[in-house]
Design a protein around this ligand. Structure first.
Ligand code: ADP
Length: 454
């Protein structure tokens, strides 16, 4: 397991650089030196309390960012709008602050806009109206779809950033700057979650972003990337089909149901067909031969049983039994279907990801997107698929902030040179890829705007 990276003490000697950056309107200035994830607090210290907000309890502390930040970043996707913003913590010894992470359902973009409005008011209250106002950096499809609404209702400057680029910048940031962010997962190990330290050879890698749909992006270097594929059987598919099958409305309920379910009640397993392992081709009896493949047979059996005078349906712990009865016979229980569908979507993505990684000669595969949501079965299934198909040659990596790659990328997109771990790495065994990243960042600083307080 990786240790937390030491704080770069040189950062304390850099206030002049920070001040210089603040007066240079060409750069966004987030000092990420010594950044770490705050695990031990139940809730973000947000200045705003509002309905419909889903806060993540994993803020990132930026002990060396003492300056003011006048922008927030929002990644507005098909399902969720993800928001990242910085709050200062003037009551702390280091005078630093933290990055806050939260999301809203996109169909309630009004709540998101209200929230940003409150941040804006807070910003003005703290910094006075003489200071420049809050700016919103927006990415994702909603940056276009809701551009006019954001502008009109917030009356702020809105910068739009390209979605894929933000994803990659965000992922590079998490990989290279944040200790204990990236991890591997395997239920087969006594300690399933193992943190992975940044490798010197960051590139190439494959990003598999599982949002409403799935994008697979090969990244060959900083800002060198290509969307090599994807699938439309993604998080939105799971969410949609689950709501049809189970009536469940929230994603967390759906995951909880999957936790309790037994997919073998609905899936046709190799054992259902062979009565044993199919060892000759390496398939265990427990391997899934066909997702939901047993359902029709179960219904037929149950209908036959009913005709013969037996009950129509087996016990349903969810209490959904009555409503599950239809003119076409009984429905399997929702937990079992949840588990089956979660496996189906995750296995399918895992297998396509493996094939893409083979086709494009990539060993390291990062899984992002809110579908993963730190869920044990999802991660285990994806990991297993990669290990199984690659015969142990390849590895799946996950992130603590998996849903926020795009939002963070938009937030730090124009980060200045020489800040953070990249710079400390540069002094020691500077990987070319990381040096390139820094150089590229410098080039991009010509755009953008300066910071002020939130
Ligand atoms: P997008 O950018 O397309 O909105 P995300 O990365 O935000 O994609 O992931 C959206 C997916 O995440 C949903 O399709 C669903 O599977 C899952 N998800 C996680 N949390 C939620 C939630 N609170 N509400 C709805 N879907 C959620």
């Amino acid at each position: 397991m990786a240790e937390r990276v030491e704080v770069d003490t040189n950062a304390r000697k850099r206030p002049n650089r920070l001040e210089a950056a603040i007066t240079n309107p060409g750069a966004v200035k987030i000092n990420v030196t010594g950044a770490f994830i705050v695990d031990d607090e139940p809730r973000s210290k947000s200045p705003v309390d509002a309905e419909g907000v889903h806060y993540e309890n994993k803020d990132i502390r930026l002990p060396h960012h003492t300056g003011v930040v006048s922008h927030v970043a929002v990644d507005i996707g098909g399902t969720l709008a993800k928001l990242v913003y910085f709050t200062r913590e003037l009551d702390t010894a280091d005078n630093g602050g933290r990055l806050n992470f939260l999301n809203f359902e996109t169909h309630r973009i009004d709540l998101c806009i209200n929230f940003i409005r409150q941040l804006k008011e807070e910003h003005e209250k703290r910094n006075g109206s003489t200071r420049e106002g809050l700016c919103v950096v927006a990415t994702g499809g909603g940056a276009y779809k809701y551009y006019d609404q954001l502008k009109e209702e917030l009356n702020v400057n809105i910068l739009r950033e390209e979605e894929m680029e933000c994803l990659i910048i965000g992922l590079d940031f998490f990989i290279t700057e944040i200790p204990n962010e990236v991890f591997t997962y395997s239920d087969a190990d006594a300690e399933p979650m193992q943190y992975a330290e940044a490798r010197p050879d960051v590139y190439p890698y494959l990003l598999v972003n599982i949002g409403s749909g799935v994008s697979m992006i090969k990244v060959s270097g900083p800002r060198q990337f290509e969307r090599v594929g994807g699938t439309h059987l993604g998080g939105g598919t799971f969410w949609g089909i689950m709501s049809l099958l189970t009536g469940s409305r929230t994603f967390d309920d759906m995951l909880a149901m999957a936790d309790r379910g037994d997919n073998s009640a609905v899936d046709m397993l190799v054992g259902d067909i062979y009565g044993m392992d199919y060892s000759k081709i390496g398939l265990k009896s427990t391997a899934i031969a066909s997702t939901f493949g047993k359902v029709l047979r179960l219904k037929n059996d149950a209908e036959q049983g009913a005709e013969d005078g037996e009950g129509l349906i087996r016990d349903d712990p969810s209490g959904a039994s009555e409503s599950s009865k239809s003119s076409h016979g009984p429905k399997p229980n929702p937990e079992d279907m949840s588990r089956s569908l979660l496996y189906a979507i995750s296995n399918n993505i895992g297998q396509i990801a493996y094939l893409q990684s083979e086709k494009h000669s990539v060993r390291h595969i990062y899984f992002g997107g809110s579908f993963i949501r730190g869920h044990r079965q999802t991660m285990n299934t994806l990991s297993y698929a990669i290990r199984f198909w690659s015969k142990g040659e390849k590895q799946a990596y996950f992130l603590r902030h998996e849903g926020y790659l795009g939002a963070v990328g938009a937030f730090i997109r124009r980060q200045p040179q020489n800040w953070g771990r990249r710079n400390s790495v540069d002094d020691v065994v500077a990987p070319q890829a990381v040096r390139n990243l820094v150089q590229n960042n410098n080039v991009l600083q010509q755009h953008g705007r300066s910071s002020s307080d939130l």
